[in-house]
Design a protein around this ligand. Sequence first.
Ligand SMILES: Nc1ncnc2c1ncn2[C@@H]1O[C@H](COP(=O)(O)OP(=O)(O)OP(=O)(O)O)[C@@H](O)[C@H]1O
Ligand SMILES: [Mg+2]
Ligand SMILES: [Zn+2]
Length: 701
Amino acid sequence: MLFQSVQLRPQRFCLLGLEGIATNIAIALQTHRLFEPRPVGFFQFATCSVFHESEHLADSCLFRGVDLTFEDGKPAVKPLSAITYSQPDPETLYFSAMDDHVLDTPLALLERVFGYHSFRGHQQAIIDTLVGGDDALVLMPTGGGKSLCYQLPALLRPGAGIVISPLIALMQDQVDALHELGVRAGFLNSTLSGAETAATERALLAGEIDLLYVAPERLTQGRTLDLLHQCPIALFAIDEAHCVSQWGHDFRADYLQLGLLRDQFPQVPRIALTATADPRTRREIADRLGLADAQHFVSSFDRPNIQYRITQKQNARQQLLRFLRDEHPGDAGIVYCLSRNKVDTTAAWLQQQGFNALPYHAGLPADTRRHHQQRFLREDGIIMVATIAFGMGIDKPDVRFVAHLDLPKSVEGYYQETGRAGRDGDAATAWLAYGIEDVIKLRQMLEGSSGSEEHKRSERHKLDAMLGLCEITSCRRHALLQYFGEDSPAQCGNCDACLNPPTTWDATEAVQKAMSCVYRTGQRFGVNHLIDVLRGGDTEKIRQFGHQHLSTYGIGADLDNGTWRSIFRQLVARGLLRVDVDGFGALHLTDACRPILRGEARIDLRRDARDVTEKRPRSRQQVVLPEEDKPLWEALRRLRRELADEHGVPPYVIFNDRTLLEMVERRPLKENEMLSVTGVGETKLERFGDAFLEVIREHEY
Ligand SMILES: Nc1ncnc2c1ncn2[C@@H]1O[C@H](COP(=O)(O)OP(=O)(O)OP(=O)(O)O)[C@@H](O)[C@H]1O
Ligand SMILES: [Mg+2]
Ligand SMILES: [Zn+2]
């Protein structure tokens, strides 16, 4: 099948000139005849060859206003009288939505729009895949740069890129950030009024939107699908694609329906993206979204700038306080707690200690949640105390720490939550304090939950893996990456185990004592009572049950309370002791105890180290900058804040810290020098360049 006519829409080509484009299209069409014409691949082909040949062809302007028409399979070029917008039909090559970016290479566009000088990791290959009309499945860690993988192709391909994201609360921010870059973006979700929705839909139909963010439940409505069938679509991007996984904690039922995109829009390339690394989720995504033919792009999941530290709870609040005061004064960060109640009390307590802390959990009114999230994004140095309801999609680049006051339920969860730190690539800390209470609580929650046996088994595996990560004595990062099937050096040099290698001790005898105490007391008691018995305590409970007469009474007086807790914790973590489901935390022996009780196996346990508090102030402005640069740095930050307020966006949307720092270091004085600063693209230069240049000039040495 050959295309019958080609239509251009002149006002969209203003920047690079209609002539150049027409030339390219003409040449492209001629070349095209060498191929088997593919209706699906046509744009792809046209766009690609325009890329590759644009350098020489753009200048040779042959036509003023053209109408390219196929006659007998040959492109015929005619002068153009009136160009009208018409619906795409299979015979018409539809260039109306192709805008001025069409002559850009991906790299040129990256420079011009985003102000970045090079691609990261697989970005280029992913972009090429989509521009070429093929599907992609992208696994890239948090902050790895997934957004560009669909934003650039959406600009490069004709039509609007449709981004499906569950993060309704963040869509406005994402769209605002794109507007600051000069990208025409919009969104459709339940927060819009009827009039706003209608305006966005009109803009889409008129070809005035390059990127449209849509909530999944909105996308699958008949009305939205009808709308999308009426306009050219560049691609579908399914962000946070792990939401399709029923086992994951972010499951969204609406994601299950997204498979319909393949059936309804077979010609539109699709890209699914996630920061969840495990192979099972990846298979699920490919299955359920109908991405069997998608190319997979799996990046390394290492986040080298994050320091992983896992420590044992002694006095968790005091430990947290020391961590915040010594290592992260004035920094923005997230403190994760398991329950809403603990979120509230911890936030209140941190406020009393003089920190700028805010609570966030699903039990707060929507308004409060939104307000707290806004403050976290827009103000400096806010500590968000939150349940895991908070964090997905938060693209604040300068979160300097993530602290866990409770044990995450899985390694996936731990990795996701900690991954929110240090998206800007600068040093950040992931700090976790846990104790035997956590292990017991999580085990009980799991066993007492109403899920199927299969579900519980899978949850049990996940928790065991998390406990394994906590208890290992070797490099945390190595173990973490290994969990995701990734190989890495045995030692990373940036985790607590590498910085302060823990020691082990032969705990066989102590473990035998602990186990026989569990047995002698009838496997009916929790850890506190067991320790009292072992250490020969004099409590009412002991007298009540006559436990002072047991053979194990007082046989563990040589070890202190903390050591016994550490022993029990490790025994539970290793599955040697099992926790009762009844809610009282009674410990049982498991079959695995036998060889140890019989003296046939030796057991080494981790000797809990004190937390390595690294006494190094982290705030870059205090460390990296020489004294004489500080006034400029502060002045640039002030200006950024003013502009952010004026535009109603978070400061990093204007420019991030990296960009400001580069301005301080390079002190650009002219526009073209400014343009070479990372993060300064054409639109931002136009909007903010003068203001920043003026401040820099004022601070000339
Ligand atoms: N090639 C690049 N050069 C410089 N900066 C980049 C590049 N690609 C992405 N970035 C920046 O990296 C940051 C993170 O990118 P992005 O928001 O796309 O991450 P993400 O992979 O979507 O993470 P998450 O899983 O948290 O959503 C952004 O500030 C982005 O502008
Ligand atoms: Mg993202
Ligand atoms: Zn390490």
